[in-house]
Design a protein around this ligand. Structure first.
Ligand code: C5P
Length: 234
């Protein structure tokens, strides 16, 4: 397989076309951004670590019947993926209060929820990924009713699998974001599953092991990503 043109450069990744029209290559950068790109920085080796973590998680999810765009890990920073038409709806799952939910409702982080929460945002950098609901997504044509139902079902299934996977490794899965895309008429899980898009806390100490260390200038960012990588590989 030959890598061709750059198709898209995102905040943390670059997508390239290949000589196979069905496949793309996703390149993981060390760049980190937060607050809609207002805060910028670098997390040393993040691209390498996120490629390892995401590859392992997509492989594990595939074994449990969750289909994603993942095909194979190509190199240190590259992953071969199925080419997707991205659905512009970000799906967020929350197991504990944190982040924007805590801010919006004026509640502390880390509180147990009576039920798992699912939220949807419209994927738009200029608008700062605004909060939407299923009716907005359908009415605006971002996704069909069937696609919204499918993404919801997959997001909850991924939650059951990932909560247990991280729990076995001494990590609490607090919340995370998923993205999906269309490939030959099928909806597949896309993007990445890494500490960039998941809140992960140490089960014993509740220490943050994710991008909040960068967002909130807590220090020890690289060490936290490495700890997650080492535990995911166990
Ligand atoms: O900021 P908020 O609390 O809504 O984020 C919930 C979860 O979704 C966090 O794990 C965060 O890392 C992730 N997220 C993301 N990309 C976004 C919005 C949220 O990865 N654009």
């Amino acid at each position: 397989m030959e890598i061709k043109d750059q198709l898209y450069e995102g905040k943390a990744k670059v997508i390239f076309s290949t000589d196979d029209p069905e496949l793309s290559v996703m390149y993981f950068k060390d760049d980190a951004t937060a607050f809609d790109g207002k805060k910028k920085g670098t997390i040393q080796n993040k691209g390498v670590m996120n490629n390892i973590v995401s590859s392992r998680i997509f492989e594990m999810l595939a074994e449990k019947g969750v289909k994603s765009h993942y095909v194979e890990k190509l190199s240190e920073r590259e992953m071969v993926v199925k080419k997707l038409e991205i659905i512009p709806v970000e799906v967020i799952i929350r197991n504990l209060t944190a982040g924007s939910l805590s801010k919006r409702l004026g509640i502390e982080e880390g509180l147990e929820l009576k039920e798992t929460i699912i939220e949807f945002c419209y994927k738009s950098d200029p608008l700062g990924d605004p909060f939407i609901n299923e009716y907005v997504a359908r009415a605006m044509g971002y996704a069909t009713k069937e696609e919204m139902e499918f993404m919801t079902e997959v997001a909850f299934k991924v939650n059951d699998i990932l909560k247990e996977f991280f729990d076995e490794r001494g990590i609490i899965l607090v919340d995370y974001k998923l993205e999906f895309g269309r490939h030959n008429g099928e909806v597949l899980l896309g993007d990445e599953i890494t500490p960039d898009g998941c809140r992960l806390w140490d089960k014993k100490t509740r220490e943050k092991l994710d991008k909040d260390r960068f967002r909130r200038d807590l220090g020890g960012v690289e060490e936290a990503y490495k700890e997650v990588m080492d535990k995911v590989l166990k």
